[in-house]
Write a new protein. Sequence first.
Lengths: 527, 330
Amino acid sequence: MQNEHELIEMLREKMGDKTEVLANSLGKASMKTDSALLLNEVKQILEVDRDTGISAITGLDMGERIGLLYHFRVNRHLVTLVTDVSKEIPKISSITDLVPGANFHEREVSDLFGVTFEGHPSPGRLVLPETWPLELFPLRKDAKIEGIPFQSETSSEGITTSQPESNSELVNVVVGPQHPALLEPEKFTLKVEGEIVRAVEPRIGYVHRGVEKAAETRTYLQNVYLVERICGICNSCHATSFVEAVEKILGTQVPPRGKYLRTIILELNRLHSHLLLLGHAGLEIGYETLFQYMWRDREPIMDLTELITGNRVIASSIAVGGVRQDLSEAAIAKFRTMLAQLSKRMEFYQNLFNNEPSLKMRTQNVGKLTKEDALKLSVVGPVARASGVDMDVRKDDPYEAYGEIPFKLITRTEGDTYARLMVRLDEVTESIKIIEYALDHLPQGAFRVKAPRVVQTGEAVARVEAPRGELFDYVKSNGTAYPERVKVRTPTFANIPAFLKTAIGGSVADVPANFVSLDPCFSCTDR
Amino acid sequence: MAIDFLFFFRVLVFPGFTFVLFFTLFCDWVERKIEARIQNRVGPSVAGPGGILQPLADFMKLLTKEDIMPLDAKRILFKASPLLSFSVMVFSVSLLPIDGSSAIPGSSFAGDLIFIMALVTIANFLLFLSGWASASPYGSLGAARVLTQFLGYDIPLLMLALGPAFLAGSLSIAGIAASQQLPFIILAPWAFVLFIITLQAELEKDPFDIPHAESEVVGGLETEYCGGKLAFLHLTRDVQIVFGAALVVELFLGGPYGPVFFGAPEVWYTLWFVLKLLAVVVISELLTTLFARLRIDQVVTANWKIMLPLSIVALALTVALGVWVYPGLV
């Protein structure tokens, strides 16, 4: 990872005169370019860093034109490429060939803004239902949402679970939208030859609630609660990510104690999520005892969350300018004893995960994702780290108190289901240490500053390392109490391509274990 | 032989149908309670003292539920196979000596070990048919897995069952049970261990409960069943578990025989039988909770590459010891 000044110099050198590189806007740098030059500019960025990943593509309704913000991770730094297309002929070349991770992002923008990405390998509906009218793009400002003329279902795709393809030996095995292996509705059609998966067709959007559109009709204060409800488990991560972006526009400085308290809440989110997932993985591979144990040990985490925020699950503790509640000395003492107990339990799980033969048989060498593929598909979080990509927003782009807290970045090289579970197991131990360190070094003073409710014009991006990986938020303000645009890119949305890649060539029986190791969260994915 | 009151009592009440039925429900409760306690749960606790009536309550509840049949199902098979497999299983259990003799008086004959093993195969095949007849992909997938697994593990199971038969010099279960002055678990512990593992696969319990892997095949062969038919499918499975445990008791743990302190030996025999059987159920349940589920290919490989050769070796070892070593000792 090079430092940001070198990166900006390199970008300026590559981009030439036509494109201006602005430092410290929308990430480390932003560049404005003409839509016709997009492919060329992306190629230039790829020359700076061959493994450039894409964080998100944000669409923006700017009246006559539709803005497209390509947020890249160049050498782990967030760099935004800004371009726009006309609303009459919204066409732009697809960058999926250059950056394969952009596949889903382009399809989403095409659904919600009606931009055609020319040369996209698999265009089509991604988040909107089949019955949605073809010419209605919900995130455009002029979209009339009342009285939507729903169309009759045109797709003849079978809901039944198995139907032979007329022209091949492949059989469709449909996983979802309702399936015991999935806790939330989403559909994956596996094309199966015998027991081997040959292709996977995803269909997401079953729980698309239009959070991004809803955010435009709510005040910033209300939006903190709205984005929290994108996901139950990592709710504070969503709130923090949104609030960080707003604070960047406002220029609000959160007091140190507030930052440390936020860090503790975020790590509790991570503990909660990882323990839940490890238990759930046990269920998927038929290891009920592990499931019951893990979920019991998750309970103290929820008690601690209640202690620090007042709520067990949806914390509602993150606010613009800090946190809502202080942590008392008595609560800190309770934290210490409970975390010590959990550390002891984690030793037991370490022993179990390292030595249990039946667990290893089901997870090792299942769903292997190589480092090259992980980089190419722009996967994030524990999935990337299990494939040897040492990527973590907490290290790459420190927020809250993470810059001051020493912790180990967990990576593994195997890239299989087992590695993905082990990364999470080790991260639980690291998280406990982070919380203990934060409690030891908790600064005195205020935990919140008062922030204005009306936000001046501006735009900002924020990234948070949620339990499932990098969570990306973009907020654009138009100087009122209501945001102009809120974009949330959740980690699972970025990780689903990894499942599509690893399931192919594997056995049908491995699909649940492989899939669950991504820690899929569909209410996150669909928003 | 006049068909008298005693005959009906033995067949229908004790140790026949009624006893088998309620004992099965009791074993189900024991299993659920043990599993729950190992997993740090409470387990059944509402119906009856300690939740002991929970399995019965579940059974009754299912009987009152609406019975739906899929349109495409093979109607006769779909209806008949759960009941048929249940009756075959209960019949097999009533051939085992429970209180010193089997439920049907005089039913024991020279080769009934082979006969009973054949009956169990038929019961399992009927279960397969029930899944296949439901015309659901999950049902047929689950049923195919039952058959794959069952046919594979049937061979090692029979091999291992022949060990005690050889030591006893009899192919009759009553004969094998009666000849164990020293239980065969002491004379051939290797066969006992392998038998328990193979049985775990036969009974489709973890780590071999592939046909019930709900994350892969939803409900397996039970997917399309509901109401009374589902109740009987569940009951069949429970009777199967009792039968498997009973077979272990008869072959390796000396059957119902044990010390008789006073009074009627039948009472003591029943007591020993029940206690031994519960011990086997506990062991089996421990195995279930301690392992993750294997994958179907791993199970099949384990069967043909490991269990089958091992069971042949175990049988050879038992025969060799039976011929050259034990006659001098016993």
